[in-house]
Design a protein around this ligand. Structure first.
Ligand SMILES: Cc1cc2nc3c(=O)[nH]c(=O)nc-3n(C[C@H](O)[C@H](O)[C@H](O)COP(=O)(O)OP(=O)(O)OC[C@H]3O[C@@H](n4cnc5c(N)ncnc54)[C@H](O)[C@@H]3O)c2cc1C
Length: 265
């Protein structure tokens, strides 16, 4: 019998690793566990569903569990979360998030690719209100999209002027919303030089997006975002795009080393 390989996480890292392992080893038994509803989706295209540049949410998903089975003989289990790693017994404890059932699986090799989660700072008042969204996966973007369309939201505040914040802002504007971008730094897109970011500031302004720089969020209410400066931004929908934090809980719990950036080494 071939080696038993388990992969935790089924998006860019996990799905690619599983496919690569199959190419290297025709005999291996490969299982991918993904906590979410989908594997192998196009994160990069998510914001473009808001404007229907990507017309159908199904186009966001590149590969299904059935496709993995048929093309690579890989067993992909969505809605299945790995809760614990027992390195001595070479076992993982898995929870089926649909049935609630917990079960163990043995491994010879274990690949961790749990990615990173959007930051949601606990200390901001109103951060858990139902109209405050983050964007990581297909489920998130469909939720945000349904909310803005069904609630007939008109004013959206996007917090964070990085790649994801600007893409979300662009596409919500395209979808007909009034969009404000709030950025704590003096410019959007931190990796760019200041003079280059001025071009982006003008582009946002030319498209009618309100840009607020050098200010942060103090509190969120149902109708507005209150900034540190005291300024208030009308918002019936808020999207947080202020960065991500590596998912290291499983690895730390298993005694694995964490690197200097705070991710799994
Ligand atoms: C809106 C958006 C737009 C983006 N656009 C671009 C772009 O244009 N270009 C670019 O290069 N990058 C882009 N990115 C970044 C890119 O998507 C990420 O770099 C990439 O998704 C990282 O892949 P990953 O597999 O490491 O992690 P993730 O995508 O975070 O996937 C990890 C998966 O592991 C699962 N998981 C975690 N823990 C467990 C567990 N214990 N059990 C089971 N499953 C678990 C999670 O549910 C998650 O689905 C974008 C990201 C977003 C959110």
């Amino acid at each position: 019998m071939g080696k038993r390989v388990l992969v935790v996480g089924g998006v860019a890292g996990g799905a690619s690793a599983a496919a690569r392992i199959r190419r290297l080893d025709a005999e291996a038994s490969i299982t991918v566990f993904e906590r979410g509803e989908h594997v192998s989706f196009s994160n990069c295209a998510l914001p473009y569903y808001l404007s229907r540049t990507v017309e159908d949410k199904d186009y966001l998903v590149m590969m299904t569990p059935e496709g993995f089975k048929a093309s690579y003989d890989i067993d992909v289990r969505t809605n299945n979360e790995v809760l614990k790693i027992d390195r001595n017994r070479r076992m993982v404890l898995v929870k089926n998030r649909i049935t609630g059932e917990e079960y163990e699986e043995a491994y010879d090799e274990l690949v961790l690719s749990p990615g990173s989660a959007p930051i949601r700072p606990g200390k901001i008042e109103g951060i858990s209100l139902p109209h405050v969204f983050t964007v990581r996966n297909v489920t998130d973007i469909v939720k945000l999209d349904s909310y803005v369309r069904q609630a007939k939201s008109s004013n959206v505040a996007v917090i964070g002027g990085g790649f994801i914040g600007l893409e979300v802002a662009e596409n919500l504007k395209e979808a007909g919303m009034n969009v404000s971008v709030v950025e704590a730094a003096r410019q959007v897109m931190a990796p760019f030089d200041q003079d280059m970011s001025q071009i982006l500031h003008k582009e946002l302004s030319d498209h009618g997006i309100e840009l607020i720089l050098s200010d942060g969020v103090k509190a969120i209410t149902e109708e507005k975002v209150i900034l540190n400066s005291g300024r208030e931004v009308a918002a019936d929908t808020v999207v947080l795009a202020i960065g991500v934090v590596p998912e290291t809980g499983l690895a730390k719990d298993a005694g694995l080393e964490i690197g200097e950036t705070g991710a799994i080494k």
